[in-house]
Design a binder for this molecule. Structure first.
Ligand code: ZN
Ligand code: ZN
Length: 666
């Protein structure tokens, strides 16, 4: 028996030595150092050396100390192992971890709850969850550390359902053992670390019921006011689309830290609730307890970009400069993106030039920015520069490049990069790239080429791809292909009325009034209605929202009067309203009314009334701008002698002196 143990120890020692010899940066002088300064006969002094080195992040050295101690044939105790194992986890070194496990085994400590928890942690960090699970199952007495290690292991390895089922096991075990068990030294109470892991699992599952269930546990276990738990809960609710609950949890967190604020601001910004995001930011700035950071500023810039809130964006940019973060690649890129989306592509370029160590995201933001403004040449120049400095473009860069080509009608260049992307950069074209190409071919009137490309797609074409083809069929009056595209769209997105309207317009252009009537009846009987359009305009730091035919705005009477005045002047200039943008079945006068009250016209009129003469006006529209509004705004820009910028769902239009930067191609 005794001999067996000696043999086992010797084998474990030589394996440990081998494992440690394979680690990089071994400092041979360390052993001399240990011998000189450590009481080498005392296990406890070795333990503290191992622990100190691990805590300082010198993991290899910590393991070296462990092996030096074994070379002196000192017997480790239960406190030796957790730190040595932690060093293996931190190095993600399964081999060294296994050898340390063997040591724990031969000295009889592997069942110790702290040693086994560290081992569970090590195995799951290295991706060996089955080993972690069997250790967990074999541990005779589990404490919260072992439960937390196992739950966290599942979450970190992308197995959120297993993590939740483990929580269930824990709660059952806790209930079965009764409370008496939990007042002694082995007290097992769920802790906040485990709760944070569980909520991270909820975030990745993004199911409302699951999150609510775990929220119940949070309340029951008294973690409602815990800041870290609350922060994760805010995120978990947002991930399953329950923004109201996110906000409620946020409000309940008593000691909000910078992460709390950042999570809530980011949630609002990502869901297009930019006013809420900005209000939160201002509230945070007033809160003297918390200092905002780079993450906050990036989230706020995203919110400004979404709503085109240039003034707020500029103020945020000032904060960025004050904090010396303009050259920072993450924040700097957010500033670039904000200026592009708020219509100031020139300013974006200046900021872009100042960013040090630009990454692929910074370059892509600039390419996309030029593209959405219709400056395809500049977009491609930035792209060529990016390649020249050996920055490797990614999937999204190519979406931006192809989209720039499509906005400017550069068919050959677009086709060239579509092919190069696969051949040279090994990027398989995704649905976004295909939809850019279909759009590019379609606008250029190459409808059959567009349709052939769709048929050859190696991914399933989605509604954007078919929608681009349908719009192109409308533009080039192709009924047959239009019907094919529309049929696909009705199946993919049956509630969207826009496709029925487009097909109906294609029929009307072809004089097929019977089919127009059929579409009208179908839409009516299925209760389909158009997505309501709305426009945003920012004046003096406030974002105003206008809906189609808006009567909600406090100044709506004045706005309508002024708009009518403008439209009279537009008609005097010889413009006849473009009827083709609305359903053909409405009678003529009503058609003109419907056209007049498109939200972008209201927003433009309101902005002209309320801004300094000569200043640039900027409007954001949620849908694509219609032909009539486009023509009218061109003339309004000329009449009031202003530059008017409209960002629609597709791109920017810079209206100036009766012309638009898109060259009427959008
Ligand atoms: Zn319109
Ligand atoms: Zn335009």
């Amino acid at each position: 028996m005794k001999i067996t143990k000696v043999a086992l120890v010797a084998a474990a020692d030589s394996s440990l030595q081998l494992a440690i010899n394979q680690l990089p940066h071994n400092n041979p002088n360390l052993i001399t150092f240990f011998n000189k300064y450590v009481d080498t006969t005392n296990v406890w002094s070795w333990n503290s050396v191992i622990a100190d080195l691990a805590r300082a992040g010198d993991y290899v050295e910590s393991l070296l100390a462990f092996s030096a101690m074994r070379k002196l044939s000192l017997t480790p105790n239960r406190s030796t192992f957790p730190c040595a194992i932690k060093s293996c986890s931190a190095l993600f070194d399964l081999y060294a971890g296994k050898q340390t496990h063997s040591q724990a085994f031969v000295f009889g400590f592997h069942s110790d709850v702290f040693v086994s928890s560290a081992l569970i942690n090590m195995y799951s960090k290295c991706g060996y969850l089955d080993d972690a699970q069997s250790l967990f199952d074999e541990t005779p007495v589990r404490n919260m550390v072992s439960w937390t290690s196992m739950i966290t292991g599942y979450v970190q390895n992308g197995r959120p359902y297993d993590a939740l089922s483990l929580l269930k096991d824990f709660l059952t075990e806790e209930r079965l053992s009764g409370s008496s068990n939990y007042n002694n030294e082995n007290e097992v109470c769920i802790d906040s670390v485990a709760m944070v892991s569980i909520l991270a699992a909820c975030s990745s599952i993004s199911n409302k019921n699951v999150t609510e269930g775990v929220h119940g546990v949070v309340v029951k276990k008294g973690f409602v006011e815990n800041t870290r738990v609350g922060n994760t809960l805010v995120d978990a609710y947002a991930k399953c689309g329950q923004l109201g609950f996110s906000r409620k949890v946020f409000n309940e967190i008593i000691n909000k830290d910078v992460t709390t604020w950042n999570s809530m601001i980011a949630v609002c910004a990502q869901h297009g609730m930019s006013t809420e995001a900005l209000d939160l930011f201002y509230a945070m700035v007033r809160d003297a307890e918390v200092k905002y950071n780079a993450v906050t500023l990036s989230a706020v810039l995203l919110a400004c970009a979404h709503s085109g809130a240039l003034q707020s964006g500029k103020c945020t940019h000032d904060q960025v400069i004050k904090m010396g973060l303009e050259e920072d690649v993450v924040v700097g890129t957010s500033v670039v993106d904000m200026y592009c989306k708020c219509g100031r592509v020139g300013t974006a370029r200046t900021v872009f030039n100042r960013i040090k160590n630009k990454n692929v995201r910074s370059w892509t933001a600039m390419v996309a920015g030029y593209g959405m403004h219709g400056y395809a040449r500049e977009a491609l120049d930035v792209f060529y520069e990016m390649i020249r400095v050996n920055m490797v473009p990614n999937y999204i860069t190519f979406v931006s490049v192809l989209s720039a080509c499509s906005h400017a009608g550069l068919v050959d260049e677009g086709w060239h990069w579509f092919q190069t992307m696969t051949h040279k950069y090994n990027i398989e074209p995704g649905v976004e790239h295909y939809s850019c190409m279909v759009d590019l071919f379609g606008r250029a009137g190459l409808l059959n080429r567009a349709y052939d490309l769709i048929k050859r797609m190696n991914v399933r074409p989605d509604f954007v791809v078919w929608g681009s083809l349908l719009a192109a069929c409308r533009m080039h009056k192709n009924v047959d292909l239009g019907e094919i595209a529309a049929r696909k769209l009705f199946a993919l997105d049956p509630q969207n009325c826009g496709y029925y309207v487009l097909l109906s317009n294609i029929y009307a252009d072809a004089g097929r009034w019977g089919d127009v009537e059929k579409m009208r009846v179908y839409m009516k009987s299925h209760g389909l209605s158009k997505t309501p359009g709305f426009s945003l305009v920012e004046l003096k730091g406030r974002v105003h929202v206008f809906l189609v035919g808006d009567n909600e705005h406090p100044d709506h009477e004045k706005i309508y009067l002024y708009l009518e005045e403008l439209c009279m002047k537009v008609q005097e200039a010889g413009y006849v309203p473009n009827m083709t943008s609305v359903l053909h079945d409405i009678d003529c006068e009503e058609k003109e009314m419907t056209l007049k009250i498109h939200s972008e016209k209201l927003a433009v009129a309101y902005a002209v009334m309320n801004s300094v003469p000569g200043s640039t006006i900027q409007v954001i529209k949620n849908l694509r701008i219609c032909g009539d509004c486009h023509e009218t705004i061109k003339l309004i820009a000329k009449i009031v002698n202003r530059e008017i910028v409209v960002r629609d769902s597709k791109r920017f239009h810079h209206f100036c002196d009766g012309l638009c930067s898109c060259g009427d191609y959008w």
